[in-house]
Ligand binder design. Structure first.
Ligand code: DGL
Length: 266
């Protein structure tokens, strides 16, 4: 089992930011990735639909004999993880708890901002995790739906992102937050604009980095770390448009996604 791959799923291409961090943290772990490109975005859908898709994605990865499942999608983690953990015995982790932990560690004044998709913000998942760690912390949340298409379009360094970011983040400016969780797979790509708008005094939290650390800790704890002495092999499955996935993947993964296959059995 310890040399089995880690399974990662996301609504599409964004979860590759988590794969990038996992590869950095554990270079010898094989990864099987599933991107639900036929049904993306999840962030605008209802909780029951997101739950249904999440179950199907877990079942798909279980067929690939994975040893651990990481929900790289913030939306799916926020809405799907609480009940997935009840129904499946395989260890499953999401990106919300690691991000919340990092934010609580980072804040000095006890005021944290959270940005994410509409579904993530509506779920209140980050607020709950933060409050469970420290009930005295004030949490301010807001959704930034246009950030997702802007990141996929490759416009991270275009002035248009600054304009959109100023509009979305204006609500946080008077809140005196010192920490902001980028609670969506795509937002770390827009980090420079978000930093420009929020200023250097606000620490930006990227859930992907923290999730990779949490995954490593969990594998060590369960005695499931790979014993392989070679670089990892990654396999990428998508439910639609593999060519488009390949074209966008580089921006999120920092390298080309080699083996991309379209599947129908989800
Ligand atoms: N992966 C999603 C997330 O992190 C963003 C894209 C979507 O809405 O599906 O919330």
């Amino acid at each position: 089992m310890r040399n089995s791959p880690i399974g990662v799923f996301d609504s599409g291409v964004g979860g590759l930011t988590v794969v990038k961090e996992l590869t950095r943290e554990m270079p010898n772990e094989d990864i099987v990735y599933f991107g639900d490109t036929a049904r993306v975005p999840y962030g605008t859908k209802s909780a029951s639909t997101i739950q249904k898709f999440s179950i199907q994605n877990v079942l798909f990865l279980l067929k690939r004999n994975v040893k651990l499942i990481i929900i790289a999608c913030n939306t799916s983690s926020a809405i799907g993880l609480p009940f997935l953990s009840k129904y499946f015995s395989i260890p499953i982790i999401g990106v919300i708890k690691p991000g919340a932990k990092a934010a609580v560690r980072s804040t000095r004044n006890g005021r944290i901002g959270v940005i994410g998709t509409s579904a993530t913000v509506l779920s209140g998942a980050y607020d709950k995790e933060i409050k469970a760690l420290n009930s005295g912390i004030k949490v301010y949340s807001g959704s930034c739906p246009l950030f997702v298409p802007l990141a996929e379009e490759g416009w991270a360094n275009d002035g248009i992102v600054d304009v959109v970011a100023r509009k979305y983040l204006a609500a946080f400016k008077g809140r005196n937050i010192d920490t902001l969780i980028m609670g969506c797979t795509h937002y770390p790509l827009l980090r420079s604009s978000i930093r420009r708008v929020m200023g250097k005094g606000v620490k930006l939290i990227d859930s992907a980095e923290e999730t990779a650390k949490e995954a490593r800790g969990l594998l060590e704890e369960c005695g499931l770390k790979s014993a392989a002495r070679r670089k990892n092999r990654s396999k990428f499955y998508v439910s639609d448009a593999p060519d488009k996935f390949r074209a966008v993947a580089r921006r999120f993964l920092g390298r080309d996604a080699q083996a991309v296959e379209r599947v129908d059995d989800v």
